[in-house]
Design a binder for this molecule. Structure first.
Ligand SMILES: *[C@@H]1O[C@H](CO)[C@@H](O)[C@H](O)[C@H]1NC(C)=O
Ligand SMILES: *[C@@H]1O[C@H](CO)[C@@H](O)[C@H](O)[C@H]1NC(C)=O
Length: 311
């Protein structure tokens, strides 16, 4: 997650928004009925948690049959992670911000959603004015002090995860930016990767894991960003795959990147009814929308010292 400015940091789930315009208020818009967050209990003091009031104001505004304005008046309003969910009744909603919306100092480490403010399944939303203070500086200080929420020395043992094989995007266990993680004696049934191993993983062990249904045990996808931490020293051994699409897989997007996978050992696997027992894909493109994949010769994610041993 990148925070580009210490004042404005707003992360939208871009795909969820059909129309999003940030514009000055129009006179027509100001005549609409208003749902003022203060009326629902928000306090402009920069200290009181106003999340609930914002969400209530949104629910009321979004549920209105006529066009309305959700108004954030002058002042500083402290809010935690909020998801404004649609669809709204009128299909045209105006969020007018006169004051400042402020994130708590620890929003980026404790939030249960990766987004601070998210509009989800909303068409025709106009957001106007205001300042969004994402408190990026607090995150940078945390990162600088090495207190990022990365994991070190984690052991998962005897874990059972079960999701239907047709459940979309349900990775069993995803590990990234973490070192010395081990997953042992576990059973994972899911609709996507049983274990997926992302950038910044090092010294990982997967031992005696049964996978299926699912897409197998994957390293990647890697190389999504130009500057990316690699994956190194990963051992996956004594695994059993039953009815999975893949066994062992390494996948990278094929975009310019300094990401890599190095010193990977896959050994002692038993596979039953597996479509692709070993799958190495340097041009991963699940949605067929990969115009930015490089053609040839440019630097893409490299895979070094990858060993597959059956015994
Ligand atoms: C939205 O509200 C306006 C009045 O503000 C009304 O004219 C319009 O028909 C409404 N649209 C829908 C889809 O209900
Ligand atoms: C590689 O990872 C394993 C844990 O799977 C660890 O025991 C070993 O020390 C690591 N090797 C190096 C060279 O760091």
């Amino acid at each position: 997650m990148a925070i580009h400015s210490n004042l404005i940091s707003l992360l939208f789930l871009a795909t969820a928004i059909t129309i999003l315009t940030i514009s000055p208020p129009t006179s027509a818009a100001t005549r609409r009925p208003q749902f003022n967050v203060v009326r629902f209990g928000a306090r402009p003091d920069g200290r009181t948690d106003s999340t609930r009031a914002f969400l209530t104001a949104w629910t009321r505004a979004c549920g209105s049959r006529v066009r309305v304005i959700m108004l954030v008046p002058k002042g500083r309003f402290l809010v935690r992670n909020m998801q404004f969910t649609g669809p709204c009744k009128n299909r045209s909603i105006f969020v007018r911000i006169l004051g400042t919306i402020v994130a708590p100092n620890n929003i980026w480490t404790t939030g249960n959603s990766p987004h601070w403010i998210e509009f989800h399944r909303v068409d025709g939303v106009t957001i106007s004015g205001g300042v969004l203070d994402g408190k990026g500086a607090a995150l940078w200080a945390c990162k600088k002090a090495g207190r990022s929420n990365f994991c070190h020395n984690v052991k998962l043992q005897g874990v059972r995860i079960s999701a239907p094989g047709n459940s979309p995007n349900t990775d069993g266990i995803h590990v990234q930016f973490s070192t010395a993680v081990s997953i042992v004696s576990s059973k994972i049934a899911t609709g996507d990767d049983c274990v997926s191993i992302g950038p910044g993983t090092a010294n990982m062990l997967v031992d005696k894991v049964t996978c299926g249904p699912g897409h197998g045990i994957s390293i990647g996808s890697l190389g999504k960003d130009v500057n990316e931490q690699g994956v190194q020293n990963v051992t996956v051994r004594s695994t059993t795959f039953v009815g999975t699409t893949n066994g062992f897989r390494i996948k990278a997007w094929g975009k310019p990147s300094n990401g890599f996978a190095r010193n990977i050992l896959f050994q002692h696997a038993t596979m039953y009814n597996v479509q692709n027992p070993i799958f190495i894909d340097q041009r991963y493109c699940p949605d067929r929308n990969c115009a930015d994949q490089v053609k040839k010769k440019k630097k893409v994610t490299h895979f070094f010292c990858v060993f597959f041993c059956y015994a």
